[in-house]
Every structure is written in structure tokens, then in C-alpha cells.
Design a protein around this ligand. Structure first.
Ligand SMILES: [Zn+2]
Length: 131
């Protein structure tokens, strides 16, 4: 009887541990995915502030409005095109177009200064948390 009860509480402890592990995983799930294809783009822990803010709203020369967030890295992106200062939204930073590395949806821009400092400005409606 005593042994049976001990086994039971052992089992309960294991179940508790499983629940805790799952909760931990959800807390740790900082992934941000390409909204088009689900590829991992970056993680919330890479969110950074530029010019005093993580989020920025910019209008491009064609009048399109973009709500972007700044990220220190975005390993799921590939950059394309020539780096240029033209119309840059961040003084001192050249930009290139950043695409999803999997489906090539336009996700935002990669920025780099001449000093080699780099970050990404990603269009927030095109990246999404796992559902
Ligand atoms: Zn994609």
C-alpha cells in the first residue's frame, strides 16, 4: 500500500513536470514566422530599438505605408539588390531588400552602416507568431 502510494505520487510529479515543461516551452516560444509560408524569420529576443523606438511607420516614395519593427538579426531572411542610401529611413544606413529565404516574399529591409553595424526593419504584418 505504501509502495503503491509512493509510485502514484512519483507519477504525479512526472505529470507536473510535463505540464511545467510545456508551459516553459510556450514562454520560450519567441519565434516569428513568415506569414506567407511559416518559415522561421527571427525571434522576439532580437527586437531592438532604432532612433528610440522598435516600431516605425514609414511611407515609401510610391506612397505605400509600412509599419516595421527593428531586429538585430533575422536569420530567415535573404538580402537582394545593391545596397543604397537612396530614400533610406535610417540616417547613415544603406538598405537592401530583405526577402523570406524560403518563399521570397518581401519581408522588409536589411540596413548596414559603413561602420558595419547592421539590423533589419521587418514589415510587421508579414511576420507572425506561431498559432
Ligand atoms: Zn516565406
Amino acid at each position: 500500500m505504501l509502495i503503491a502510494r509512493t509510485r502514484e505520487s512519483q507519477r504525479e510529479r512526472e505529470l507536473d513536470q510535463q505540464v511545467q515543461d510545456e508551459e516553459q516551452e510556450q514562454r520560450d516560444d519567441q519565434r516569428l514566422l513568415c506569414a506567407a509560408c511559416g518559415q522561421l524569420v527571427t525571434r522576439r529576443e532580437h527586437e531592438i530599438a532604432r532612433n528610440g523606438s522598435h516600431q516605425h511607420t514609414f511611407t515609401n516614395p510610391h506612397g505605400l505605408v509600412f509599419n516595421i519593427g527593428c531586429f538585430g538579426e533575422a536569420s530567415g531572411c535573404v538580402q537582394t539588390g545593391e545596397a543604397t542610401y537612396e530614400w533610406t529611413w535610417f540616417d547613415g544606413f544603406k538598405w537592401r531588400v530583405a526577402l523570406c529565404g524560403h518563399c521570397h516574399t518581401h519581408l522588409g529591409w536589411g540596413y548596414r552602416s559603413n561602420a558595419g553595424d547592421g539590423f533589419y526593419g521587418l514589415i510587421l504584418e508579414r511576420i507572425t507568431a506561431p498559432s
